[in-house]
Design a protein around this ligand. Sequence first.
Ligand code: PEP
Length: 247
Amino acid sequence: MRKKIVAGNWKMNKTPTEAIALAEMLKPKMSTDNATVVFCVPYVDLVPVSEVIKGTDILLGAENLHFEDKGAYTGEISAPMLKDIGVKCVVIGHSERREYFAETDETVNKKVLKALEYELTPIMCCGESLSEREDGITIEKIRIQIKKGLKGLSSEQAKQVVIAYEPIWAIGTGKVATTEQAQEVCHAIRVVLGELFGDETAQEMSILYGGSVSAGNAAELFKMEDIDGGLVGGASLKEDFEVIVKA
Ligand code: PEP
């Protein structure tokens, strides 16, 4: 059975002091029998949050990494650094990073490969803009992002990757994709994963939906056949996250 995953993406929110308080508040509410919960937090919050969640099943996640092990990359953080402090997952290629930090499918691919080398679970994001959806090229765009982002991976490596489908127009906007829209694209992602790595691998890979997931819509979205959980921004910073995890 595929893993069910709910990952909170805290983005650039919460000082270390605030992060400790948030993690303490959420910690007792995160118990679930059948889902993996991940807190993806800003770099400076990783160590303090790791202390709070120690001894629980909550996994620690980062929001980015560099694709080199070390070197003259001022301001960057590497996979071995994340590994060393107990990070288990890392968000790669979020649309905000693609838009504001010039990330491309090529850098996303290098980051995915680097994360796998250090046994970090990549949560690789893909998603179309509103104009791409209106132009009817959503599926083409997603297929390209998946093919380029996962270039060079073996089926065994692909099984370690989590895909997050996040329509850009739904992120932080309160506009959620309909369950049919989300399912249609998540299914198309599973089809392309099957073409690349074989059906057995595609069936094992978790595909998350992200984009204004809330306490009110999570259960409906997560019921869909090809949606194995969520990548959650705004609502992961609130008590509401409990309802989403339970869903
Ligand atoms: C995200 O940050 O990946 C996201 C989906 O944000 P939100 O849930 O706030 O739309």
